[in-house]
Write a protein that binds this ligand. Structure first.
Ligand SMILES: [Zn+2]
Length: 147
């Protein structure tokens, strides 16, 4: 058992975060208090939190990218849905989307064999670029929505 410095309650050691720098290898305050302390600090310093998140991200950029890449490979449908929703958000108006759809449909049917070949090529390119770069959030410029 250990007494929490913050709330003064006696708690079992599992209730304390590990801390290399302390004598007994545990934090001075219990997990509950530590969380409260962190939350309070975060609400008082939103800018610092933003900066820290950015620092964490930059420090472990490759790790995050790798994780995103693996996630995309494990969840191809969800990943595609995210890409699509991102793409749709970029398109400002419904009319614009409708117009594009009509144009694409007309183009697609104008030369169906050519169009199908293009779609296949584009899909292969996208698959490859996802594998190469792990950039699951980007969409290659030539992508056309035929749906
Ligand atoms: Zn406590």
């Amino acid at each position: 058992m250990k007494k929490c410095h913050s709330c003064g309650k006696l708690k079992s050691l599992e209730e304390f975060h590990a801390n290399k720098n302390s004598k007994d290898g545990k934090s001075g305050d219990c997990k509950g208090c530590a969380i409260q302390r962190t939350k309070k600090w975060a609400s008082e310093h939103p800018d610092r939190v933003k900066e820290q998140n950015k620092e964490f991200y930059l420090r472990d950029k490759e790790k995050y990218k790798e994780r995103a890449r693996l996630w995309a490979l494990a969840n191809p449908e969800k990943s595609q849905a995210i890409k699509n929703s991102w793409y749709q958000r970029k398109k400002k108006t419904k009319e614009y989307r409708e117009k594009r759809k009509e144009q694409n449909r007309a183009l697609y049917h104008a030369d169906i064999e050519f169009s199908r070949a293009q779609v296949r090529e584009e899909q292969a390119k996208r698959r490859q670029s996802t594998l190469d770069t792990g950039e699951i959030w980007s969409i290659s410029k030539g992508w056309i929505n035929y749906n």
